[in-house]
Design a protein around this ligand. Structure first.
Ligand SMILES: [Zn+2]
Length: 262
């Protein structure tokens, strides 16, 4: 019996490790930073309406909510909405699509649904929380990683000597190594663009934003061969990429929410 329990707990750990890459895009720090940048750039009206929809909570409160519910059977259909794995040479328009859905399609559909003024409160609450999270995932490079290596999950590397994979490095290792900021400090340090710069960055459509993420992923694959030992120089050269993607996601989330609720 004890042996069986040991086996079960070991199995649980293994499953958690194998699936963790797709569970925690950007980690809570990145998702909180994106939500807070968006929150700081909402119109006063959108901010007020959103407080009502989110039961008095801020966007930050729900930034990782969608990752946390993935093990709940009722939300099984959303499991593929966090990413869109794509092999090289494709754009979103040309890539083979996952019939169960992907992050681009999910963001497009959620935005469309939220624009419907007659939507009931419960769906509006859930879909708003989905959008807060998924715009972040859409900007996470390994969520646009190759299909052939499951978005970098089957691309082994070492991070400061510790065996891991490319997906996990870009989901959370890099952001945690890059800065020791909390989400308000991420916002203070990055959200310094003029209104014009902000509008330029927030322009475009989700499929275009995804294609940008695909090209970020392409550069990452080129600079990170299998079994690389990633260290201080990798953190140095890639911190600007992390910062750029977080800022883009924050401004774009603000734009979408302002268009729906502003
Ligand atoms: Zn996610």
């Amino acid at each position: 019996m004890v042996r069986f329990q040991k086996y079960l707990s070991l199995l649980f750990v293994c499953v958690a490790v194998l699936t963790s890459g797709k569970l925690w895009a950007w980690g809570p720090t990145g998702h909180d930073a994106i939500a807070y940048i968006a929150e700081c750039n909402l119109t006063p009206k959108a901010q007020k309406v959103l407080r009502g929809i989110l039961d008095g909570h801020s966007l930050v409160y729900y930034s990782s909510w969608m990752d946390n519910l993935r093990s709940i059977p009722a939300y099984d259909t959303t499991s593929t909405w966090h990413y869109a794995n794509v092999d090289e040479g494709y754009t979103y328009a040309t890539m083979p699509k996952n019939a169960r859905g992907d992050v681009v399609r999910a963001v497009q559909q959620i935005v469309e649904v939220l624009h419907d003024k007659s939507l009931n409160d419960s769906i509006r609450n859930t879909y708003t929380k989905f959008l807060i999270h998924l715009v972040g995932d859409l900007h996470c490079p390994m969520h646009a990683g190759r299909l052939s290596d499951r978005g970098g999950n089957d691309h082994p590397v070492r991070f400061f000597g510790r065996p891991t994979n490319l997906h996990a490095v870009w989901d959370s290792d890099l952001i945690e190594a890059a800065r020791k900021w909390n989400y308000t400090e991420w916002q203070q340090q990055l959200d310094i663009c003029s209104k014009k710069e902000q509008q330029q960055m927030a322009a475009g459509r989700p499929e275009e934003w995804f294609d940008e993420t695909v090209s970020a992923a392409k550069s990452i694959y080129e600079s990170t061969p299998v079994n690389s030992n990633l260290s201080y120089d990798y953190v140095f050269f890639n911190t600007p990429v992390v910062e750029r993607q977080i800022l883009r996601a924050g401004y774009r989330l603000a734009r979408l929410l302002n268009e729906i609720y502003g």
